[in-house]
Design a protein around this ligand. Structure first.
Ligand code: 5RP
Length: 262
């Protein structure tokens, strides 16, 4: 069984589904992957300045961003407040002394920094490998910009190789899952099987194996969100403004040409 939590989800799925078959050149060893994540996570902190309220994403890449923000606060006088996208990230941020905003204190956030499972050349994303997609989308939507921290494995021509996570409520989940299966060419499977993963919101995740077929992610996002029982889908369209790609060869920052950071 694939064990899924936010620190390992992409790596485990990737290793099982793709990497063993076709490891990309330049990023073969997991310590190189970890170094890539760290360099992306740290480089993204350059989008943060004192006084900002910042959305703090979830995952093993953005974890490095949170740690670096905590370091800059402690050592360099950076002053920010954070809005975490998961219980796990909240715990990490609090442990580092990053002040956490309550939702009734949130106006707009200057920036959200978060990971992704895939991104395409239009800056559309698949997210939710760690099961935090709903909170991640809420936080991203209240932000004036979104910066994504990644590594080169996640740069795809067409979204869908990574199974698309969909958060659904318990009530009638079998039927909701069937509706998803009707539109998904591959399996649509409840994450965790007989020991289902429960999200921070108390829901299930259905992973939908579209394969690299998602040529119109905007339409698919809307179609899936229209299914009763669906809380949120891990397609993030027209949300990301920049992608920071760490690799063993250095860090690349791509800014969306017509985005909010261009
Ligand atoms: C969690 C997410 C993560 O940001 C995404 O899965 C990427 O995680 P990682 O940086 O660990 O590969 O969407 O719900």
């Amino acid at each position: 069984m694939i064990r899924l939590n936010f620190t390992t989800s992409f790596d485990e799925i990737y290793t099982q589904m793709i990497c063993c078959a076709n490891p990309p050149a330049g990023l073969r060893a997991m310590d190189e992957v970890e170094a890539a994540k760290q360099s992306a996570g740290i480089a993204a902190c350059d989008f943060v300045t004192s006084g900002m309220d910042v959305g703090l994403g979830t995952g093993s890449t953005v974890k490095h961003t949170v740690i670096e923000l905590g370091r800059r606060m402690a050592e360099e006088g950076l002053e920010i407040r954070g809005v975490p996208t998961s219980i796990e990230t909240e715990k990490l941020a609090r442990s580092l002394g990053i002040p956490i905003l309550e939702w009734d204190q949130v106006g707009r956030l200057a920036v959200t920094i978060d990971g992704a499972d895939e991104f395409d050349s239009n800056f559309h994303l698949i997210k939710g490998g760690g099961g935090a997609l709903t909170r991640e989308k809420i936080v991203a939507q209240v932000s004036d910009s979104m910066v994504v921290v990644t590594d080169p494995r996640k740069d795809v021509p067409t979204l869908g190789d990574f199974p698309l996570p969909v958060e659904v409520i318990h009530f009638g989940w079998e039927v909701t899952s069937r509706h998803l299966q009707e539109i998904c060419p591959g399996p649509a499977i409840r994450r965790g099987g007989s020991e289902p993963l429960i999200t921070d919101n108390g829901n299930f995740i259905i992973d939908c194996s579209f394969g690299p077929t998602i040529t119109d992610p905007i339409a698919l996002e809307s179609e899936i969100r229209n299914i009763a029982g669906v809380v949120e889908v891990g397609l993030f369209t027209n949300m990301a403004d920049a992608v920071v790609i760490g690799s063993d060869a250095g860090t690349e920052v791509r800014i969306k040409p017509d985005g909010r950071l261009s």
